[in-house]
Each structure stands twice: as structure tokens, then as C-alpha cells.
Design a protein around this ligand. Sequence first.
Ligand SMILES: [Zn+2]
Length: 379
Amino acid sequence: MRYCKTCLSPDTRPNARFNAQGICIACTYSEASRDIAYEARLRELREIVRRLTQRRKYQEYDCIVGVSGGKDSTRQALWVREKLGLTPLLVCVAYPPRQVSQVGVDNLSNLISRGFDCVMLGPAPQTSRDLMREAFFRFTNIFRATEMVLFAGVPKMAVAHDIKLILWGENPALQVGDAGSLGESIWDGNNIRNLNTLAGGELGWMVDKVGRPESILPYQFPDVALMREKLINTVFLGPAWSNWSISENSAFAMPVGLHIRKEGVASTGDLMGTSMLDEEWATINMMLKYYKLGFGRASDYVNEEIRAQRLTREEGAVLVKRYDGICDDKYVESFCRYVSISVDEFWAQVARAASPVLFESVPGKQRPQPLFTPGVDRG
Ligand SMILES: [Zn+2]
């Protein structure tokens, strides 16, 4: 495992790319963006949006914004209305009743109550549960199907409502360094289906599990050809924002009513208490990622803070060592109840999936133990 020389992003991150100086793509972009004239970027974005919406003004929604009610989507929806002067239709892909958190429900209500129209897409809970269990054993990633529906639901609604413009927040290639989603320009989000987490939209395993192709309709991205034919474009907003980060989006969203997590960092590894609030099993998935790849939720936050020069790499390494991979037993237990497996089966799967290079099993300890030190190259 090799770390970026500037931040603590390791090359085990899927689709990671380091330059010849050993610096990751997110740091390279961040460094270059210090000199960006954001006013000019905003004008550029307004021009793109004007071009893509002009024929339809006052007849339909101008655009679609996918929301959960969390910090990012709260900021995004308000920004689209206020800075771009658009009338968005918000699309929320809802979690099943047994999964969604009260904080998540309160946050979505808070956002809608600010005067937005919102459509909800609620995939069938039983299918969602079956796919979550399957994804855990097959990929050790309980959100493999969930992410599909969160990403595919928005363009599906764009097709259904014949809305030509989808506005997405961050550009994952630039903000976290997932090169799979790179498009023709920094604004181009039409390749978002190639993100690592979506694995190119491979659905075969889902059909194998549920047996009926029609049961996974919400999980399918509309065809590329259909999106082109309908002239639907996805545009990233992130490049026009000088301050898109976990901490800054939190600072924006809290004063406008965002409810945050009551559990502390010792249970969740969430240093700000504002990430993925709609449900609690995201904490499990961040832990699973940590055992597979050697980095987790604290890393994501710390890397942004290093790039923003609010933390040094050394300070960041202390936080990452302490909080990456943190996930309270209570989340594991509730997840196991939900998918009807035992806690022992859960940890046996984790042991099978943990990186043998980065972790070792220690007798008497349920959780794999790290063999690496954050920030120090290994092997
Ligand atoms: Zn970096």
C-alpha cells in the first residue's frame, strides 16, 4: 500500500491514480483549484445550464436534483434555486422503513419544507433486504445494490418526467479521485454510471438472487442510448464551488435545520457527526471498506481537511489511526437481525474478505487487526 505524498489516500482506493510525484488526483486537482476564478466558473455553469434548459423554461421543472435531505443535498437544492435561479424537482430514493433513521426522515422533511416539490421512489423493501444480504456475502459491501438504486433512480425519474437536466453535486473524479467517472469536461456527469461503486451497472447477480428481472427495475440505469435520444444531460455543480467539503457543507446545512447524529465518533468513526445520516448501516459499510482496502470514514474527512490546509498530514494520521474502521457492535447486531444472519457469520465473512496484506486475525479477537500504520507506505 502506497499513500499519496500530500494526503492519506492510499493506492488501494479503487480507480486511484497517482502522478509521477506520488500525488493523488484529488490533491492534484485541489492544488490546481487554489488559483481558480470561481466567479468565472459560476458564469460558465450558468451558461451551460441556460443552454440546456432554455427551451423549456416555465413549462416544466428546469432540472432534477437527487436528494436525501443530508448536508450535501440540502446545500445543493438551495444553491440550485438561489444561485442558478432554477426550479428543480427533487428526487428522493427512500430507504425501506426498517432501515431509514428518524434523523433521515426529519432532514428530508426539513428540506422539502423550504418550498420544494419532491418525488419519492421507494424500492420494494423485501427485494432491498434480499439484495443487501446477498451483497454482503458476495462483495462484503452491503450497499452494492443500494448505491445502484440511489444513482439510477435519479436518471430514471428524469426519463419518466422528461426533464433534460440532472444536476449532481461533487464530481467524484475530482473530489475523491475516482477516475472511472471522468467525462469530457469537469462539468460532464454523463459517465457517472462508471463509478467504481456502481461497477458499470452489472446487474446479473441481482437477477440471480431475486429471480425476476422486473424486480430490479429501480436498480437499472436507463440505457445510454435512451438518455442521448431524450437529450438528458448530467452536469456536476462541484467545480463551481470553492468550498465543497464535509465540514463546509455541514456548516452550511446545520443553520438551515439539518439534524445531526446523536451518537459520538467513538461509535461511528464520523468525526463531524454529519455523514450519511439517513440510516446507520453506512457505518458498517465504512468499516467493511476499511478491512478490505485499509481506509475508512475518518480518512475521507481527514483527506479533505488536509487538502484545505486545516489539518497537517501528521495530525490527520493520528485521527485516521484512531477512528478509521470504528463501528459499534449495536449496528452490526441490528444489521444481522435485519438480514437474518448471526453475528458470528458476519465476522466470519469479514475475516474472509479482509485484506491479508493489511490485516491479520488474532485469536480471541473478533475483529481483524491492522498490520499497517496510516501514512506509512507498506510493501
Ligand atoms: Zn492526495
